[in-house]
Ligand binder design. Sequence first.
Ligand SMILES: Nc1ncnc2c1ncn2[C@@H]1O[C@H](COP(=O)(O)OP(=O)(O)OP(=O)(O)O)[C@@H](O)[C@H]1O
Length: 296
Amino acid sequence: MRLDDVWLRYHRRGRWVLRAVAAEIGPGEVAIVLGRNGVGKSTLLQLAAGVLRPSRGRVVDRPAAVGWVPERFPADQPFSVAHYLTAMARIAGHSATGAERAVAYWTERLGLGGFRHTRLPQLSKGTAQKVGLAQAMLRPPGLLVLDEPWEGLDAAARELVPELIDEVLTGGGAVLVSDHRGETVRLPGARLWTVADGTLTEEAPTGEPALAVVELAVPAARVAGTVARLRADGHHVIRVRDHAFSPPSTPTGPAPVPDREPAVGGAGAWPAAGRGGDGAALDEPGVEGPAPEVTR
Ligand SMILES: Nc1ncnc2c1ncn2[C@@H]1O[C@H](COP(=O)(O)OP(=O)(O)OP(=O)(O)O)[C@@H](O)[C@H]1O
């Protein structure tokens, strides 16, 4: 999707909120929109999502399916959660059965199961925000636009946001997200767009590879399945090690220390992925390596 010399003002002869904005985002990319309060971040996102039309210039190659999550979900509507989401799913192009399935999946996934029959105005702010996220995901979006998505969400629900972003990127979609709270440190590799004085500038890429190493601990019995799933998702599994894991005392506490590291493929090595957990040793290319971590 490309913003091509886009200008926006809300009123004829009003001041220009955005001037000559040129920007482009492609499949699998995420851009974080930064800038002071009132500078025009929401305006830019609404232009990208197609909620606003440019006063001048144009937005081209916008994907057919756009998920738009406004900063505040408009909860002042006389529908129940299920009724609202089903209507949104039909608008997004689902058949009646498809809509039912999509709504069942996303209400469950976002922990909205208990609120299906609750009317929107009766929802707490955080729950209403989750309904906003659900409606944006009902049809896999080619472009997901999130305006301050962490606002109003509790700690557990905040974890959902990077998860949904990753899902869209993995599906070949693009993501635009504004954030003034610094939550986006959880999105390594994102492009940074800054809005100031009506214009948009992009921070030059650092030149570092957009790769991150993620350490994770899983129950021993689930190692083979986890490795298989990670590989199926296109991640590169560097190494699997035996691990005495005790949860850190705080969420930011020190990483646990391994008590032993079996030789890869040797006695004590984990069963190989993709072989149905049959107890074979890890001996495929890509498993061995110096760092006991998982990357994508
Ligand atoms: N519907 C509207 N009518 C008139 N002016 C508007 C409208 N929406 C936004 N504005 C003005 O446009 C400017 C940019 O607003 P915008 O909401 O895009 O900024 P923002 O960077 O997203 O702010 P925040 O961080 O506070 O959400 C502001 O001066 C705002 O008052």
